[in-house]
Design a protein around this ligand. Structure first.
Ligand SMILES: [Zn+2]
Length: 297
């Protein structure tokens, strides 16, 4: 485990690749853990060796909340925007675009395969933290910055005295930005990226894969990362010019590799994500026949 001052960085399996993520433990008398998507054994070791009183979940996605249940005695706090979403399966289904794309029947199908422990985690979210105020955990100062885009409520923990930011899903992976839930927003994603870069910080810790960046590295990588949005715009525009229907467009593989689109949740996010790029082009999907039509303002 790496350490930056009082922060212990707890890795997830497979370099914290989705469906896992990196957690951060604030080693102070207040015993605070940020996100619980890291390797279960490593989290249990932290729990047993140091103790965990509070978990701060940056957002409700399972790869950041999935091991909350390993801490039955800890308070579990999430941001105020996502508190309701995070506590019910229906809330999660709505935010993930499952209702939007498949209706009630799709939600029923999706519910059948959910891990039991993860479902229990939802009910255990016990409170909220506030955005944009200074918390001091045993003297370690942290601000939960509101950085919407990936989800509407995503918080990015910023440690001003340490010059460190936990940039969670600004993960700089080749996949590019993820804003595919109904609560994701491309313009907000870009604005929040600028905000993260404007902070007085020298170290950025991401939630997945390559973990620790200097500010210069993070800045350079952010250009490439956000460029993926433009590439998606171009692809969607080119295919619509060729006359593809919405259903045909969702078979191409704009976000996910074509051969993975048989996985229902990937197909769901592919569809939901493409709708956002169509919206940027001023297009919408006709409910009547799935054709792409000019959006009414
Ligand atoms: Zn996420």
């Amino acid at each position: 485990m790496k350490r930056i001052g009082p922060l212990i960085i707890v890795e997830g399996p497979n370099n914290s690749k989705v469906p896992f993520s990196r957690s951060i433990y604030i080693d102070s008398p207040d015993k605070v853990l940020i996100d619980s998507g890291a390797e279960p054994k490593a989290l249990q070791d932290i729990r047993d060796q140091f103790g965990v009183h509070v978990i701060l979940n940056t957002h409700y996605h399972p790869d950041h909340t999935q091991h909350n249940h390993l801490f039955p005695n800890a308070e579990k706090w999430i941001n105020q925007i996502e508190f309701d979403t995070a506590r019910t399966i229906e809330g999660i289904a709505r935010a993930n675009g499952i209702y939007q794309e498949w209706g009630d029947a799709g939600v029923e199908m999706w519910k059948k395969n959910l891990p039991e422990e993860w479902v229990q985690n939802l009910k255990q979210i016990s409170g909220t933290y506030e955005y944009e105020v200074e918390y001091s955990f045993g003297g370690v100062k942290v601000w939960m910055l509101h950085t919407p885009g990936h989800t509407s409520g995503l918080a990015s923990p910023y440690f001003p005295d340490l010059g460190v930011v936990y940039a969670s899903d600004y993960d700089m992976t080749s996949f590019g930005p993820w804003y595919n839930g109904t609560d994701g927003d491309i313009d907000d994603f870009i604005k929040s990226a600028d905000r993260l870069l404007s902070l007085d910080a020298h170290t950025y810790i991401t939630g997945h894969q390559k973990g620790i960046f200097s500010k210069d590295e993070f800045k350079q990588e952010m250009v490439k990362f956000l460029n993926v949005i433009d590439k998606r715009d171009e692809m969607v525009e080119n295919y619509t010019r060729k006359g593809l229907s919405f259903d045909e467009l969702t078979e191409v593989g704009i976000f996910y590799p074509k051969n993975t689109l048989s996985v229902p949740i990937f197909k769901t996010w592919e569809r939901s994500g493409i709708r956002k790029h169509l919206h940027r082009l001023g297009l919408t999907v006709s409910e009547r026949d799935g054709a792409l039509v000019t959006a009414k303002c």
